[in-house]
Design a protein around this ligand. Structure first.
Ligand SMILES: Cc1cc2nc3c(=O)[nH]c(=O)nc-3n(C[C@H](O)[C@H](O)[C@H](O)COP(=O)(O)O)c2cc1C
Ligand code: SF4
Ligand code: SF4
Length: 254
């Protein structure tokens, strides 16, 4: 059994290497089933500022798992800081013992800092990393990579910054431009149902936001921008092996 959260397809692509039928965490969180049992249970998700996404943390806290082997696969882009160590600690606090964590470096989809054209031109040896992780899980390897002191420090700094300026990551920075054609894709890919259509244009509800950037990356018009920095507003990303429909199926509300 493998669960995933994915905004731009990296984590879904990784999850599909472990199971033909990975289960979407946003869909699970819309239902009531919270008890899961299998020989091995895995969670694949991106690293956001050194941590799993908020919804994944909630999924961990609210679920009970029975498994002989529990693992995480964290996808990240540039610097995961102390994410594996932090995630194992977080899981332990939720009563889940994590046996193994693999981190896979892929395209970094964080638009304020990275140009997607540049990211997509880089060879991060994703297939080699994924094959190694699949091999390790199939052998039921154990181990959580220990973080460096710099990694822990950087994560702490970013967390402090987010605490001081919550608007920096609460989605109020996400803006819909006039080029919006009202196609509704943003509404379908948002895991927290943040959009509605009015007068043929998308509008954002000021509710909770994962800052996952699924809306910005998957908008066919590139009509969703950021009022904070947007390194290259003309470049957006979806993992080339994952279709828009798969992101919609993963994240859409009923
Ligand atoms: C809000 C946000 C924060 C991120 N923080 C980090 C980070 O701290 N370190 C890192 O290496 N990548 C970071 N990333 C990049 C993603 O972890 C990476 O691109 C991931 O593979 C995306 O997965 P997905 O395609 O399944 O959504 C961040 C991305 C977003 C949107
Ligand atoms: S995906 Fe883009 S074009 Fe389509 S409704 Fe949303 S903002 Fe408008
Ligand atoms: S509004 Fe955009 S960034 Fe926020 S949760 Fe929805 S898709 Fe993700």
């Amino acid at each position: 059994m493998i669960f995933y959260f994915s905004a731009t397809g990296n984590s879904l692509y990784a999850a599909k290497r472990f199971s033909d039928t990975p289960v979407s965490i946003p869909q699970i969180m819309r239902g009531t089933e919270r008890q899961f049992s299998d020989d091995a249970i895995g969670i694949v998700c991106p690293v956001y500022a050194g941590e799993p996404p908020k919804m994944v943390k909630r999924f961990l806290r609210e679920s009970s798992f029975q498994a002989d082997y529990f693992y995480f696969v964290l996808t990240y882009g540039f610097d995961q800081t102390d994410a594996p160590e932090f995630t194992a600690k977080l899981a332990a606090e939720a009563g889940v013992h994590v046996d193994y964590i693999a981190s896979i470096q892929m395209v970094d989809n964080y638009l304020p800092v990275f140009d997607m054209d540049e990211q997509m031109s880089m060879n991060k040896h994703v297939e080699e990393q994924l094959s190694a992780a699949v091999r390790a899980v199939s052998r039921r390897e154990r181990g959580i990579p220990e973080a460096t002191e710099e990694g822990r420090k950087l994560h702490a700094q970013v967390s402090a910054m987010n605490r001081e300026r919550p608007a920096f990551n609460d989605g109020s920075q996400i803006t819909v431009q006039d080029s919006c054609i009202g196609c509704g894709v943003c509404q379908s890919v948002c895991p927290v149902d943040n959009f509605y259509l009015e007068g043929g244009k998308a509008k954002r509800k000021q509710s909770t936001c994962e800052f996952c950037l699924a809306c910005a990356h998957n908008c066919p018009q590139k009509a969703i921008g950021l009022s904070i920095a947007d390194k290259n507003p003309n470049a957006r990303y979806r993992n080339p092996h994952i279709s828009l429909q798969e992101i919609i199926d993963a994240n859409r509300n009923p």
